[in-house]
Design a protein around this ligand. Structure first.
Ligand SMILES: [Zn+2]
Ligand SMILES: [Zn+2]
Length: 269
């Protein structure tokens, strides 16, 4: 069983809907042994739906210290962050991740180049949806080559959540010329990928990334992924983790990874 959820947001994130204490209590009630908060820091990405998605890390760390201590006998609570990878912010994030005692850093592409695949306009820049997805994966490849300051690459096929038709037309083969080097780069640098179960609630019938990507990652020698539901409220904590566990087994894994103090350990399922 997967008893750890290592991707979650609270009201310290611009889009979080449950406060930290509620998230801890709900996680303990679900029987989880370990959780890791990963508040958003999309420094440099600009405004998005009325917010800048930059956590007040000092306030977040203070709240974390108090509450992780308060609940220490009930559940292990780890201190993480989800950074929005953008080439122009490399030096900022290299320094930022060293400025706080993070256990875990998720690197995510919430943008492709300077564009945001969340918005329908992103897709109008390209002749076809496939080209829009190619551009997204190209951008991720560039970032995988440039960035070293993260531990796990978050929701690798995030753009598929928002494109017209979502992932209905996706096959690994169609993008293999980009996805193979992307996975190889992540693996070569000793990083891992994340299995993010929020794809289920986004109407994708599967996690991000797609099972075919996880399978190829395993074939290429990828270390066990990290697991997170990307909950922004208590009801989505550990969402669809039974399905994620089945996918881990199906793709060849018997364990998943957890980071503490930026060091990776493996937990058997
Ligand atoms: Zn969010
Ligand atoms: Zn994200």
């Amino acid at each position: 069983m997967i008893l750890s959820d290592c991707h979650m947001h609270t009201t310290y994130s611009t889009d979080g809907r449950s406060d930290m204490e509620s998230m801890i209590q709900a996680s303990a009630k679900k029987g989880l042994k370990t959780i890791c908060f990963t508040e958003h820091n999309d420094h440099g990405a600009g405004f998005f739906e009325g917010g800048d998605f930059v956590v007040d890390t000092d306030a977040y760390y203070e709240g974390y210290k108090r509450l992780s201590e308060k609940y220490r006998d009930e559940i292990e609570v780890l201190f993480g962050v989800e950074i929005g990878l953008m080439e122009k912010e490399k030096y900022f994030f290299d320094e930022y991740v060293k400025s706080y005692p993070f256990d875990f850093v998720i690197g995510s592409s919430h943008t492709a180049g300077l564009y945001d695949p969340y918005y329908p306009e992103y897709y109008t820049r390209f002749e076809t949806v496939r080209e829009a997805y190619r551009y997204y994966f190209e951008s991720e490849l560039k970032r995988a080559e440039i960035f070293d300051c993260y531990d796990s690459y978050g929701h690798l096929d995030y753009a598929l959540r928002y494109g017209p038709g979502k992932n209905s037309d996706f096959t690994y083969e169609r993008y293999a010329d980009l996805l193979d080097p992307l996975l190889e780069t992540i693996i070569k640098k000793g990083k891992v990928i994340e299995i993010n179960s929020s794809g289920y609630k986004a109407g994708m019938n599967g996690p991000n990334p797609a099972v075919s990507i996880i399978k190829r990652y395993h074939e290429l020698g990828g270390l066990p992924p990290t697991i997170g539901a990307d909950a922004h409220e208590i009801s989505y904590i550990a969402y669809e983790f039974d399905a994620v566990e089945a996918i881990l087994r199906q793709t060849g894994y018997t364990s998943y990874s957890i980071f503490r103090n930026r060091e990776r350990t493996e937990v058997r399922i």
